[in-house]
Design a protein around this ligand. Structure first.
Ligand code: GRG
Length: 311
């Protein structure tokens, strides 16, 4: 055990994850600022202001940290990886803006701030979400150029990111989730929803880091399986936090799943078994990293953080 600056006792590895998340926040927030400046010239007025609001909301930056850890784990060394991490974060941001809309979860607070549609209006927030998707594509292409990657590698990056964001990933999972409202799901059905809705983008973050480092197919496969498992661990932990955390801790209303009568890992398994399920996925993720040439310390630390995080 080590002692952090805040005098909070931290388990081994947690400091690595906290430092990596801080670094990811630093480099991605700088990249997002540059993105906002570029957009200000092309998207003036209220829509531009709303785009800046959504892009500058302070999230944990877990997906960018995964991109950095996978990239460096696979031998990548360039600072331009921040642009790939930013592209993933922009897709994530779009999903949060749309997820909060009145036609979806109808949430008032996100990341400790009023949601985009509450500050502006649902029409503007809908436009913000749609606009962020091509912005993520531009960011990805710019970063691939700065990294000196080939057109084939850029194709692989784009294919991975937008398949994860599409019908076979996040959007498909969200559709299943919306269809499942007010219905009790089995554990298998719930897992199918979250493999797409939450897991796909997290998996893509790990794989993108590997592609950007020109990793061998076996390393990419290990990163894919690792990402798949921590994606599920992330959602199980999210359900536990929603049931056990406070709104102040979470930066969004706690207990929303129960209020919306959603099937969750907690409603299906109970809190204790859900926690055990998250740890099981974490262990599966870490097991995938063995036997490939990959520096694993940060990836293991992030897997642990994902199930022990406070928000
Ligand atoms: C049009 C059907 C349709 C879908 C649009 C809305 C949408 C796409 C997808 C929903 C995806 C979604 C919001 C999944 C939840 C993932 C999740 C657990 C988010 C919270 O992630 P954190 O904790 O958030 O990393 P921060 O704020 O820290 O970035």
């Amino acid at each position: 055990m080590v002692r952090s600056d805040s005098n909070h006792l931290m388990a081994d590895g947690e400091t690595d994850a906290v430092a990596l998340l801080a670094e990811a926040r630093h480099v991605v927030d700088a990249e997002l600022d540059r993105c906002v400046e570029r957009l200000a010239t092309t998207v003036p007025g209220t829509l531009g202001t709303a785009l800046a609001y959504a892009l500058r909301t302070p999230g944990k930056r877990v997906r960018p940290a995964l991109v950095l850890a996978a990239y460096r784990g696979a031998g990548g060394r360039s600072g331009a990886i921040a642009g790939i991490a930013t592209a993933v974060e922009i897709v994530h941001t779009y999903s949060l803006v749309h997820d909060d809309l009145p036609c979806m979860d109808n949430d008032d607070v996100r990341r400790g701030r009023p949601t985009t549609h509450r500050v502006f209006d649902p029409c503007i927030a809908t436009q913000v979400g749609y606009l962020l998707v091509p912005v993520a594509g531009e960011e990805l292409a710019r970063a691939a150029g700065a990294l000196g990657l080939s057109a084939t590698a850029l194709g692989a990056l784009a294919g991975e990111l937008f398949e994860a964001g599409g019908i076979r990933g996040m959007v498909g999972g969200q559709w299943l989730d919306l269809e499942a409202e007010r219905r009790s799901l089995t554990l298998a059905e719930l897992t199918a929803v979250h493999r797409g809705k939450t897991g796909a983008l997290i998996r893509a973050a790990a794989v993108l880091g590997g592609i950007a480092a020109n990793a061998e197919p076996a390393v990419l496969q290990a990163l894919r399986r690792y990402g798949e498992a921590i994606g599920l661990a992330f959602q199980v932990a999210d359900d536990v936090l929603d049931a056990t955390g406070t709104s102040e801790e979470l930066g969004k209303p706690a207990g929303r799943d129960a209020a919306l009568a959603k099937s969750t890992y907690v409603s299906v398994l109970g809190v204790d078994a859900a926690r055990a399920e998250a740890v099981r996925h974490q262990q599966c993720a870490v097991a995938e990293l063995a036997n490939v040439p990959l520096a694993t310390t940060s990836l293991i630390a992030l897997a642990r953080y994902i199930v022990t995080r406070p928000s």
